[in-house]
Write a new protein. Structure first.
Length: 397
């Protein structure tokens, strides 16, 4: 999925040459998705535009013909922000626009530079920084929509929410990965819907594995975090009901969280010790191997989450069974590239899972449609075409 025709992209008429700053908090060798995305984005945009990356970091992985400016991340926060803003302002003088990854640590200096340089700033809202920090500090175990309405009584988290909201409201435009996330930002950060544009993230993160892999017909994969909102208890209960029909059924659960002990207790209670495995946090390569060898990935999150396993499952040609909600409908229902089950009917999850494990042709049909879904909605060609339109429209104003 990572290869596409740049010439085809430009044949659509979006052929304005631009000088673009990609402002990101992370860049490889950092392994988080925002870092990988920033590098691939800069590389692809750089095929037809002049691109400069500004990032926090130490030693970075260079790309030919791509300028990367690095701000020392070891300095205290005020100094880091000042140095970032200073470098961004200097770069803005010779560039047309600033494309910012996220609205946290670099959003604030980017908006200040916007007013000083009069250059448009587009925020790519990759993840909610306040939510991410609260989750990692065990201050919340709620999905994002609940967190935004009822944030924890923590001064630092509330300050991040306020700064993030201010940044979003002062951006020229905001790009988000789904209609559902656009609605959450508009409602909770008081951002005008006209300023938010949906542009699905490109999914091309295949891993090279040393040996060929085969699907295990009765292997199911589910991913954490291990919290109530992930719905993993319902998946375990479904496996218990299917064990009699599929004696070799295997549920593999990856991720960490506060409910691990409780979930392991449920496994013991249902006598599933030989059928359910908790692997904890796994590497990207191991996650890819598990996706490639599993017959189905089950996604039972009760709200918006930062888990991107659905699109990776589509890429791995693994059937997806997901809770029937607005976000999953948006990802899967455009060409029926996955199955949905009712969150209020536990028997629906069991019956849908039974179908996938029993009817091999059902999974084959889903993966064919999934491949087309990736091309139509989650390819770099689609993603860059949208970005180029967004950037061009701002420069024409």
């Amino acid at each position: 999925m990572s290869s596409f025709s740049i010439d085809y992209w430009y044949s659509l008429g979006h052929n304005i040459f631009m000088k673009i700053i990609v402002a990101t908090p992370l860049y490889p060798p950092e392994g988080e998705r925002i870092a990988v995305y920033s590098r691939q984005l800069a590389k692809n945009l750089g095929a037809k535009h002049q691109v400069t990356v500004l990032t926090y970091g130490y030693k970075i992985e260079p790309i030919n013909n791509l300028q990367v400016v690095v701000i020392d991340k070891t300095k205290p926060l005020p100094i880091r922000l000042f140095n970032y803003a200073k470098s961004l302002l200097a770069l803005a003088k010779s560039h047309d626009l600033i494309y910012v990854q996220n609205a946290g640590a670099i959003g604030l200096p980017a908006i200040l530079v916007k007013y000083l340089s009069r250059k448009p700033v587009i925020i790519n809202f990759f993840e909610d920084e306040a939510f991410k920090r609260a989750f990692h500090q065990s201050l919340t175990d709620q999905p994002l929509e609940v967190f935004l309405k009822h944030p924890p009584a923590n001064a630092k988290i509330k300050r991040i929410i306020k700064v993030q909201g201010w940044v979003l409201r002062h951006a020229s435009l905001i790009t988000v990965s789904s209609e559902y996330l656009a609605k959450l930002l508009s409602e909770n950060y008081k951002v005008s819907p006209e300023k938010i544009v949906v542009n699905h993230l490109a999914e091309d993160r295949e891993e090279k594995l040393p040996l060929p892999v085969l699907k295990n017909r009765h292997q199911i994969l589910a991913s954490g975090p291990l919290l109530d909102s992930s719905g993993l208890d319902k998946i375990i209960q479904a496996v218990a009901k299917l064990k009699e029909k599929f004696a070799d059924i295997q549920l593999i659960i990856t991720g960490q969280g506060q409910k691990k002990k409780q979930l392991m207790g449920l496994v013991q209670k249902l006598k599933l010790d030989s059928n359910v495995k908790f692997l904890g946090r796994v590497s990207q390569a191991e996650n890819w191997y598990l996706l490639k060898t599993s017959s189905v990935y089950v996604h039972n999150f009760s709200g918006w989450d930062q888990n991107d396993q659905i699109t990776r499952s589509l890429l791995a040609k693994t059937s997806v069974l997901a809770q029937d909600n607005v976000l999953n409908q948006e990802i899967l229902s455009k060409n029926s590239s996955g199955l949905l089950f009712s969150a209020t009917k536990p028997e629906d999850l069991v019956s849908q899972l039974d179908k996938i494990l029993t009817v091999e042709s059902l999974g084959e049909g889903l993966t064919v449609r999934a491949s087309q879904n990736l091309v139509d909605n989650f390819s770099w060609e689609f993603h860059l075409n949208n970005l180029n339109s967004i950037f061009s429209s701002l420069l024409k104003k």
